[in-house]
Design a binder for this molecule. Sequence first.
Ligand code: NAD
Length: 282
Amino acid sequence: MRLPFEIDLKGKVAVVTGAGGILCSSMAHALAQCGAKVALLDLNEETAKQKAEGIAKEGKIANGYQANVLEPESLKAAHKKILEELGPCDILINGAGGNHPLATTDKEYFAAEDLKGDVKTFFDLEQDGVEFVFDLNFIGTLLPTQEFAKDMIGKQVCNILNISSMNAFTPLTKIPAYSGAKAAVSNFTQWLAVHFAKEGIRVNALAPGFFVTGQNERLLYREDGSPTERTGKILAATPMNRFGRTEELIGSMLFLLSEEAAGFITGVVLPIDGGFSAYSGV
Ligand code: NAD
């Protein structure tokens, strides 16, 4: 991967959760390119190992580990292996997260007649689905931080980077649980930044806007490559009138992790969104 710029992470150990996924595997790759020894954690052991092997093939240091960000014992077991194989954690990227269909309404606006039809309304949202999304995004940020931030105590130059979202500032339609959970992640980022400030641990978050990934490509573009209605709405609400590019996320990550560039920045949630969060629509 071509980096927008490089920072020196030689001698650092970076732990990335959700690293089998699209965005966080790119982040892990970039960290390794900057010299960090990278631990890729994912619920899916195969993808974590596969992505790590891809990075290691380039001569960088990267290992894959199975870990569930919702189970302290699983995190502890992964941590033990990482300490043996790579060393104590200096950088934690809390990347695991996502939404669930059980916590998603079918329509943007409620209409009384939907109650009679085959439409999933706000009233049909299931507690299990809502709890799944809150747990994955919020508890899934808190537990890995409890496990890995202990390594950072007493070191002075360490970083925690959470992954929030556009919907944390203003909720996107249909996904109340995901929006609320990411708002909690942003709030927690500020809380942790204050709590760890005297220990020299900076805590920030990225809030990605809209990036075309394998996951959402079919929602954004039809088979013939023409944009869907949702793409039209997103681009109309994005003053820069385009989707984000992965390297723009990587550049923001490296900036926040760099002691030289961002050594006085802690507790920020950085939108990378082409102006989406600043635009009122008028
Ligand atoms: P993704 O679905 O490609 O990757 C998520 C990874 O997390 C998957 O590999 C999955 O196996 C793993 N995971 C799921 N549950 C887990 C658990 N309990 N323990 C450990 N790992 C688990 O998602 P992505 O698009 O790369 O998103 C990464 C982060 O960025 C998420 O927090 C997401 O909410 C956030 N985000 C994504 C976008 C986007 O446009 N894709 C926008 C804003 C924010």
